[in-house]
Each structure stands twice: as structure tokens, then as C-alpha cells.
Unconditional design. Sequence first.
Length: 897
Amino acid sequence: MAKVRISSLAKEFGMTSKELMGHLEEMKIPAKSASSSLEDAFVAMVKKQLAPVIEARAAEVEAAKRAEEEAERAAEAEAAAKEEAERLAAEARREEERRLSQEAQAAAEAARAAKEEAERRAKEEAEKAAREAELEAKRRAVPASDSGMRFRSLLDQIAEQEVVLKEKKAAEAAKPASDSRSDRGGRRGGRNAGQNGAATTDAPARTRRRSSAPAANMPDNFPPSPDKAGKGKKGRKGASHENHEGEDRYARMAREAEEYSREKVLADARAAVEEASRESSGRRKKRKEKRAAEAAAAAEERKIEEALAQGINPEDLDAVKVSEGVTVAELAEILEVSANDIIKRLFLLGTPLTMTQTMSNDLVELVADDLGRQVRIVTAEEENSFSFYDAPEDLKSRPPVVTVMGHVDHGKTSLLDAIRHTNVWSGEAGGITQHIGASEVQINGRQITFVDTPGHEAFTAMRARGAKITDVVVLVVAADDGVMPQTIEAINHSKAAGVPIIVAVNKCDKPEANPDKVRQMLTEYGIIPEEWGGQNMFVNVSAKKGQGIDDLLETILLQADVLELKANPDTFASGNIIEAKLDRGRGPVATLLVTRGTLHVGDTIVAGQSYGSVRAMLDQHGNHKDEARPSDAVEILGLNSVPAAGDEFRVFEDARDARDLAEQRALKARIEEQNKVKHVTLETLFDEMSQNELKELNLVVKADAQGTIEALADSIGKMDQSEVRINIIHSAVGAISETDVTLAMASNAIIIGFGVRPQPKARDAAERENVQIKTYSIIYKAIEDIDAARIGMLKPTEEEVQTGSAEVRDTFRVPKAGTIAGCMVTEGEISRDDKVRVVRDGVVVFDGSFGSMRRFKDDVNVVKRGYECGLGIEKFQDIKVGDILEAYKIVEVARTE
Ligand SMILES: Nc1nc2c(ncn2[C@@H]2O[C@H](COP(=O)(O)OP(=O)(O)OP(=O)(O)O)[C@@H](O)[C@H]2O)c(=O)[nH]1
């Protein structure tokens, strides 16, 4: 079922996490921190109860949103108005420019017309002057007769007119060039008024004198001859702005208008260019931004894919990684804030800590949340495991890696030997195979790698260390013996690891062999032959006679084909250590299985806390190899210490990095030793469920009878498993063994014992690995506990504390007192008022109180370890030599959060 984080829920409700936590507390809903998650059922409840608050909050939020929208709209309207005003201003500017330009054009037009007019007049006057000169010449040449007189007077009249004209021209030429047209018109008018009459009377003598060179006295520039005008025009074309002396007003206006237009055109062109370049750079910028956004989106997608491929929650990608057990100072450094800031926040949270104190995961998350930062707590296991991502196109087929499992004496070793012997390399002298913990065999030109760790203990121990190296399990079942306890264990272990099982029904050479019966028996455990419509392939073999071996190998290859096993060989190598030891002559020797990349001699590697460069590489026949590819198992020399089986290894480019990592790990391991990783317990199940995505409770059930297991399984089956699924990953009759603890550890399971006790080694291992073992004598009590843990209401107020144990060495019959056990206290100390449990071969045969406690003839209250004593048990006489008497107390314990 889905779960929701309190912080997300708070966001949804529009309140702070703290506020929501307050409400949750009022509602008595357990929640530890803002990062805790709530089950759906609680979410519904919270929503219902907080409905009025949420609605009011929603209304507030809605109102705020509306106000914001309103403000946005107002801002938009203002922006639109501003834009419109700017547009209008620009238009007005353009209009003004257009008007000015038109005026300038009109002025230029007028100037041109005036110039033409002036030229036309000048030409006319010049023609007249020429005609007058001609007449004068003729007059002088004509004889003085009457008709001649008349003709002379006519010539005189003409000459007079010419004088008037010339004077007028001289007067005009004397005027400055810049005079306005109206001025000129006015003066011309005035002059005409004063001179008209007189000119006709005294003019002839002067006229005659002056008429010889009519055009010589005229100013050079006016009236301009067509030639000069042409020159002037030409000069103006190339002239600089200053060089316009003698230019008339209209010409200047025309020039200015022309210059104005040219400059305006240029300015417009420049502006257009600028605008265009701005636009294009804007477009370029936009394109660039778009490309960057696309690249970022693609990178993000890639990151998510990589994360998913590595089993990481993509939501955690942006989170800062914080190791478990970080100190205040370290967290400050990671989050790049001052340690004081964190200390202050911790203080406000009611948990004052100093710089060097370690913080719990909850505190780290709370502080980070407070700082608005996202963190991901990295467990030691995660920190020590490498994860890689390969592009699908880089992946190539790789051989399968197989582990053989089965009950004692069903022939695991014989089968592995048989497989190796049918595969002795032709060139190998004597075919001697060395034990390196793994072997590669060839069939039909294809490789299969067998990991020689017969038994599920080793397999699960590896898995517990995070090494998932096996692709296929070959389950060996003797055809004459059938399914036995360890067969079932092996099935459960393989299933827990999610590895497909191929069954090798062994010892088929034996006359009493009944392979079909084996098939039949296995169906009860969910192992159903393919030929019966199931998922598992079965092969009948005889390890002793070497029969069916090839068939088995081919079946393995078939299974491998189904699995489509792939790895990237073209990268630096990584994988797992299968076996390692200290060799007297060669130093640390490790067999490793390459799972990715190719390992070369000379590569620097880190394996767990060891590092070094690969000095030599050998295969199982002792032959030197230069490289090992995915699924290859090789023995290597060159590490500085002996790594542990199951450790991951990887190649490092820089030897210094390798050493740093190995040393860091060694240091961490020492710290971890003091601060062991806690596995789930019934008491903390609910918290784990809310904090981590734990939705399954795994149980290993051991009981004194098959009936008890069935009864428990039945009751569990009837529980509501909608929020947490309860899996019995392994159940068997018998004492709780070390293997059970290993399996529980690897699967984060709780061990439940009914009427059985853990073996001493199992108890030690459970203590060491923090695996919880709960023992019960009544089934409903166990069911009650599991159910309470499931719904998060377990409130253990009583806890059993073992005080000591004693071994029964002898028994005596004492009148009145009954049977007295002569015991040796082997652990702790036993008190007279302790409770006692009689354990025989790991099974509890009685649970009660002591009836008497004596040392020699004296009644005593306490006996310590290493002392003998006589113990009587109330209402129990059936004490036997070899029984273990476990003394314990029931103490009141407050529930630890
Ligand atoms: N007849 C017969 N005997 C076999 C066969 N395979 C193994 N055995 C015998 O069964 C006994 C046990 O074989 P192992 O190979 O040691 O069995 P195991 O499962 O490795 O035993 P452990 O390592 O003790 O768990 C030996 O005496 C073998 O000779 C077989 O195919 N036929």
C-alpha cells in the first residue's frame, strides 16, 4: 500500500510539518519525524479529522492565490498600457521625422525651381545684351540720313533699355547671396520706382560707354553660366560640408535637405542593423537556452535511468549523501553550514549534542529538513558497495555462475568432481584441479562457472554480505533419500535470493533410486518440474558413474539462455571475492569472480578493506592468465591483506585512491563494530515500516513440531496483510541454528521459536549480528505480538532476561524433594527465585520455577558460573543428565522508541 511522508502531507494540507506533527500527536498517531511516512489508513483518518482545518487553509490559500492572480493581471495590464504608450510615442516620432523629411524635400524642390528661374533670366539678359551690342555696331556703321536718323534713335532706345537692365544686374550682383527672395523682390520694386523716368533721358552716353563689354563686369557667380552651374553642381557633389562658400540659400537648403535625408537613411539603416542583430542575438540566446534546457532534461533522464538500473530511488538523486552515524561536525561540513547552526537546531529540537557526538538518522533528517535540504542516509552496506551503470549497447553475453546445494551426503562434492572430471582440459598434465573456490567448465564451446561453496550456509553468508553472484542454483537431491531438511533449507535460501533452481536428482544408479518420488516430494515446496507444467528443470544424474552430467550442463546453459545474462566486458573490472586465505609463501591469496569489465595483471584493486595491484592471476589449473572477463573466476596475488568472502572488489586507476578507500573502510569497520547495524525487531517493526519502505515482515520459524508451524502459518494467513506482508521464508522443526540466524540476517528476518531454543552458537551469532530471536510457548502469544507489531501498537512491558544456565551432570532422588539435578553452572549466575526452563536437545521440555537450590548441604540463593550445585524444579521430576537448565527473569522494560 502507498505511504505518504508527513512533510509531503503537510505541504498538501498547506501547513508546516511541525504543525501537522502537532495534530498527529493530538490524534495519537505515531510519527517520529517529518520524514516519517504514514500508512494510507492513517492518511485517510488525518484527512477526515483535519478536514475543517484543511478547508480553512485551502480557502486561505485560494484567496491568496486569487489575490496573486489579480496582482498579476494588474501588472500585465500596466505592462500592456506602457507598451501601447511606447508604441504611440514611437509612431509620433516616426510621423515627425516623415514630416521633416517632406519639408526638406519641398525646400529642395523650391530651391531647384528658383535656381532654374534665375538661370533662365540670366540667359535672357545675356541674349539681350548681345543683341544691343550688335545694334550699336550697326548704328555706327550706318550714314547720317533721315532714315538713318530714325534707325539711330531706335538703336538709342534699345541701348537705353540695356543700360537699365545692366544697372539692375549690377545692383543685384552687389547684394549678398543669402538675401531672401522677398527682400530681392522689394528692392527691385523700389529701384524700379526711383529710376524708371530718368533712365530714359540721360542714359545714352553712358550706355554707349558701357555697352562694349556687357558681361565682363558681372559677378563671376551670378548669373551663373550653364557651364559654371554645371561645375558648381559637380563640386557640390564631392564637396565637404564646410566648403560651400558662395552657395545660395536654396542650394544650401537643398544640400542640407539632402544631407539630412542621407544621414537619416544611414541612421535608420544603422538602427535596423542594430535591431536585427539584437533580435538575432536574442534568438541565438533563446536557441542556446533551449538547447541547454534540452540537454539538462536528457541528462536528468539519463540520471534517473542510471539510478533505476542501480536500484536507487531517483528521488534520492539530488539528496546529499550522509553516512549513518555522522557527527554534528561532519554533518555541518557535508551540508556546508556552521556546526553552531546545527547545534542550535538540535537544541531547539530538545536534543542538545556536541560537535563530536553522533546523530541518529532521525535527527539528521529533521535537521536537514529544517535547513530545507534533502539528505539520503547511506548505510554502511551501501557505502561499501559499488554500483555501476552500463549502456545497453555495451552489454555482451556472459557465462552463467552456478552454485550447488543440497542435503548432507546427497552428493554435492561428488557432482562437482564429476563435472570437473568430464571437463579436464586436454592439454593439462594429469588433469589435477586445484581448489580455488570456483571452477570453470566448458560444454559445447560455452563456459559455466561453478562456485565451490557447497551448502546454503556459505551461499547465504555471501548474500548477507551483499554478494549476489549466483545466477543458477543446482539443487542436488539423492534419488534414494528424497527431500530432507537441508533440501528444504536450500530451496528457501535460493528462493529468498530469487535465483532459479535446477534439480539434479542424484544417485540414480542406485537400485532403490526413485527419481519420480523426488519430483513428487518437491512439488510440496513449490519446485515443480517443467514436464509437469512447472518452472523447474530436472535432470537425473549419477555423480558416481558420471551419468547425465552433460545433460545437466546443457540444462544449465538452457537456463542461462532464458536468463539472458549480460555484462559489459570493456570496462575496468569489478566483482566479488569468493574465497581468500593467507598463504605462507605467497601472502594473501584471493579467488575472485569478475562480474563486470576485464581484470588485467597489474590492475590496482580494492576488495573490502584490502587493496593492492594484481601481481599474478591463475586459473583453477594453476595456469597463469593475463586477463579475466565477466563470469571468470581467478586466483590473484598482490593484496595487502586477506579480504572476506563476499567482499566486492573493483579496479582503481589511481593506487592512492585505492589505498585511501581501503583505509577508510577499515576505519569505518572499527567504528561499526561499536555501533552495529540493527535488524528489524518486532518492537521496532512499526517504526521501520513508517521510515523505510518496509512492507514485508520476514520470519524464520522454528518449532518443536510440524503441527505448530502449520498452526502458526494458518493464523498468519488469516491476518490482514494489506499493509504489511508476512512471509515465512523458512520453517523447520528443530532448535534455532546458526544457519537460521544467517538466513534471518541476510533477509532482515525475525526468528520465531516455539518450544525450541537457540543453540549457543546461534545465540552468539544473533547477538553479534543484532538478529532478533523471539521464543514462545503458546502460539496465540506469538500471533498477538506479530499482529501488534504489524499495526504498530506493540508495547512490551515485560522482557525476558537470561541470567545463567547450568548443565545437568547427575540426578538424585531425594525423599520428599523428588528428583534433584547435580549441576554445573556454565554461564552467568542462577538465583533461587529465577524462572527455569529445561532444554533437551534444543527443545524446551519444561518451563517453571526452582523448588530448591543447594550447595553441598546448605540452601543458597545464588550460584555463580563455575560452581556446582543441586537444583530441584517445582512440579517436574523428569530431569535427565545432559539437560540444560536455563534460568531467566522477567523484567519490566519501558518501550524504547
Ligand atoms: N551410488 C552413488 N553414490 C553417490 C553418488 N554421488 C555421491 N555418492 C556417494 O554419496 C556420499 C556423499 O557424497 P558427497 O559428494 O560427499 O556428498 P556431499 O553432499 O558433498 O556431502 P557433504 O559435503 O558432507 O554435504 C559419498 O559416499 C559418495 O560416494 C551417486 O551418484 N551414486
